[in-house]
Design a protein around this ligand. Structure first.
Ligand SMILES: [Zn+2]
Length: 261
């Protein structure tokens, strides 16, 4: 019997027949993996409560001998993130993090830095004040892009190489993935204007820990500009819309009507 152990975050799950579930994990040692959790749909199943997103578990998985999916053999919860699950807006954000990981990565591409980033972001998401949640998401996005090799070039014009300090008006090329100077922006129809303060915020988010970042507060207009840039850049890199953005919008509206925290 071939078994392997790893720590995982539950990204999502869906039903398989009347009894079982397919669970997508992001694991520390093996990257994204898809397994069958047998009997997980039954109320009394030992797996039922453990394979719900965004739980942080330690698992033992039985490797499939031929083609077919691996099977969950043992599962122990490390941290259930009850605070996230109990709050619709925080849960919507956790689904957003999971969607980014799920869409950016193919199966079995391990990256311990990304796993650590996801775990730390979830712990912050569970604990921080509601006002800091959006900044936490921007910080995660920027760090994720850097780790995966899609980081925006912010030090100079990505087209001609002119240093940022010598550029009067800054633009961002979504297609090229970096800053453009006033001359080069003319050739990019989809370029976005970006303020110097927003570029400084991106520098800050890249260099600072999540914990330190979420203790700061920044001008809301700058955060909104950054959100728009990253949203376009992430969708461009993924070549598709990020579906959970809509879930976040709905949750924000409900939160405004019925504030819980
Ligand atoms: Zn240029």
């Amino acid at each position: 019997m071939r078994l392997y152990k790893t720590e995982v975050i539950v990204l999502r799950d869906y039903d398989l027949g009347d009894q079982d579930k397919i669970v997508i994990f992001y694991s520390r040692r093996y990257g994204k993996i898809k397994v069958i959790a047998k009997g997980a749909r039954r109320i009394k199943s030992r797996f039922a409560a453990l394979v719900q997103p965004p739980s942080y578990d330690s698992v033992v998985i039985h490797k499939a001998t031929r083609s077919g999916l691996d099977t969950l053999s043992e599962c122990k919860i490390n941290y259930p993130f009850i605070g996230i699950r109990k709050n619709l807006l925080r849960f919507a954000y956790s689904c957003y993090l999971a969607e980014l990981i799920d869409k950016f990565l193919e199966e079995e591409q391990p990256n311990s830095h990304l796993f650590e980033l996801l775990v730390k972001t979830l712990f912050c998401l569970e604990r921080i004040r509601k006002q800091n949640l959006t900044l936490l998401m921007r910080s995660f996005e920027i760090k994720l892009l850097k780790i995966l090799g899609y980081g925006l070039c912010l030090s100079r014009c990505i087209n001609c190489g002119k240093e940022r300090g010598k550029i009067q008006f800054l633009f961002i090329s979504i297609k090229l993935g970096g800053l453009l100077c006033g001359d080069c922006q003319k050739e990019d129809k989809n370029r976005l204007e970006v303020s110097k303060k927003t570029v400084l915020l991106m520098d800050y988010l890249l260099c600072s820990s999540l914990k330190k970042t979420v203790q700061q507060s920044f001008d809301k207009a700058i955060e909104i500009e950054l959100e728009a840039i990253l949203k376009k850049y992430l969708s461009y890199q993924l070549s598709r819309e990020i579906i959970t953005s809509r879930f976040i919008c709905t949750s924000e509206k409900l939160e405004l009507k019925h504030p819980i925290i």
